[in-house]
Write a protein that binds this ligand. Structure first.
Ligand SMILES: [Zn+2]
Ligand SMILES: [Zn+2]
Length: 93
């Protein structure tokens, strides 16, 4: 059996911000997400990394795009409402 690994990596940047301005505070949204796609031996790996100037998130729960200052926990990837729903509610008595 040969153990040959084939690998290829492609970096794609999301062309633009999904929307131009935050729907809540009308702040202009800048920055992008870099998507790195690689394959190792038939296994496909996709990693997403944001550029340092990115000031928005697209909520994992409701797909809404808002600026980071309009949500309490932008690092969670959720907007306020979804953060409460998915991160806090399950742990409430
Ligand atoms: Zn905002
Ligand atoms: Zn949400």
């Amino acid at each position: 059996m040969s153990n040959r690994l084939t690998s290829n990596t492609a970096i794609t940047k999301t062309p633009n911000v999904p929307i131009e301005a935050c729907p809540r505070c009308s702040k202009e949204l800048i920055g992008a997400i870099e998507i790195t796609e690689g394959g190792i031996g038939g296994l496909r790996i996709v990693t997403m990394r944001e550029t340092s100037d990115r000031n928005w998130i697209t909520c994992d729960g409701c797909n809404q795009t808002i600026c980071k200052s309009c949500c309490v926990m932008p690092d969670s990837g959720y907007c306020d409402a979804c953060f409460v729903k998915y991160r806090i509610e399950p742990y409430l008595p």
